[in-house]
Design a protein around this ligand. Structure first.
Ligand code: HEC
Length: 307
């Protein structure tokens, strides 16, 4: 085996150093706004401005890496120097897009409001994917210039592993923004059963006269409130899928639920406020509870709000 030329070694070291610098810089950038953020909306902050763009740019690495993976499979099957060059270019785009996505991701996470466990998984798998994409890009670059046996095999292994990490990171990211049941909530009963999900009681909520048990209420809350007040996110420090936490309430300190007293239950007050009121729930643009759903909630609270 040939000793790799100095240039190769420098490429690797440079890439590793670049990644380290990038991660350090982005976490520092990301940490700053949390510390200097007494109330959202006070003053301009680059971090707060750029953070939402995570949701836009994140689609680019997914697209580039999927495309490169498909091209690599094709080229593995039918070698082609032209496609090799395209793969190299695709990897370069993927590296740039991944770096931007990670940077914006750090900014977004520093804004808070996410379930720490899911966020940690999303971040961990995302960093793994980013590192693998960077290293496989460098490896491909080197292999194109200094063809060595095993170079392409190593590239392929790293690329496919990176693709898998990216998929897992994407899955946890989806759970953070859409809730973990986003894809499966309307799945056929057999699939829901297979995944261990509770049966869908949606039909029951539309019948005003029927029961006001927690199952009935949960379906409405799960669809319209748990995205922001459930296991993944606790906007306004409020979590509604757990009775003790709902009784305790959120940032306002007022109970979200007072068993037997809908009038002292914030979830009812917030649901009845006019749409343009600051505290109206769900916030503007989200599907509101129907009158029947609110009536069922009120009856459920009157009957003791059992979970
Ligand atoms: C898109 C996200 C989102 C959805 C969906 C949502 N909320 Fe909220 N909710 C928030 C945010 C953000 C706050 C904090 C508002 C603030 O501090 O000004 C909040 C605050 C609240 C509060 C006040 C908590 C406190 O004590 O300060 C209640 C009560 C509430 N939501 C109930 C609901 C109910 C009931 C639903 C479903 C019908 C719902 N929310 C759906 C985002 C959401």
């Amino acid at each position: 085996m040939r000793v790799p030329p100095l240039k190769t070694i420098f490429t690797f070291l440079g890439s590793a150093l670049g990644l380290t610098l990038f991660l350090t810089a982005s976490s520092l950038l990301g940490a700053e706004p949390t510390a200097a953020e007494p109330s959202p909306g006070s003053g301009f902050s680059w971090a707060r401005f750029l953070a939402p763009f995570h949701m836009v740019v994140l689609h680019l690495p997914i697209g580039f890496i999927s495309m490169v993976t498909a091209l690599e499979l094709w080229t593995w099957w039918k070698p082609s120097a032209e496609r090799r060059a395209v793969i190299q270019f695709g990897m370069l785009l993927a590296v740039g897009a991944t770096a931007a996505t990670m940077l914006f991701g750090y900014l977004r996470a520093s804004g808070g409001g996410y379930d720490e466990l899911t966020l940690g998984r999303h971040r961990g798998w995302g960093i793994a994917a980013g590192a693998l994409i960077l290293v496989s890009w460098a490896l491909h670059w080197v292999t194109l210039r200094h063809p060595a046996r095993g170079g392409l095999v190593a590239f392929r292994t790293l690329l496919f592993t990176g693709f898998l990490c990216l998929s897992v990171a994407g899955h946890h990211g989806g759970s953070l923004t859409h809730g973990s049941t986003f894809l499966t909530e309307n799945a056929p009963a057999a699939v829901r059963g297979f995944l261990g999900m509770t049966p869908d009681f949606a039909g029951a909520t539309t019948e005003a006269g029927s029961t006001a048990g927690y199952e009935t209420v949960r379906v409405s809350l799960e669809k319209k409130c748990f995205v922001c007040h459930g296991p993944e996110k606790q906007k306004g420090k409020l979590r509604l899928d757990d009775r003790a936490l709902a009784l305790k309430g959120g940032a306002s300190g007022r109970p979200a639920l007072t068993p037997g007293d809908p009038g002292r239950s914030e979830i009812i007050r917030a649901s009845l406020l006019p749409k343009d009121h600051d505290e109206a729930m769900p916030p503007e643009g989200k599907e509101p509870l129907t009158e029947v759903e609110i009536a069922t909630l009120i009856r459920w609270i009157q009957e003791g709000a059992s979970y």
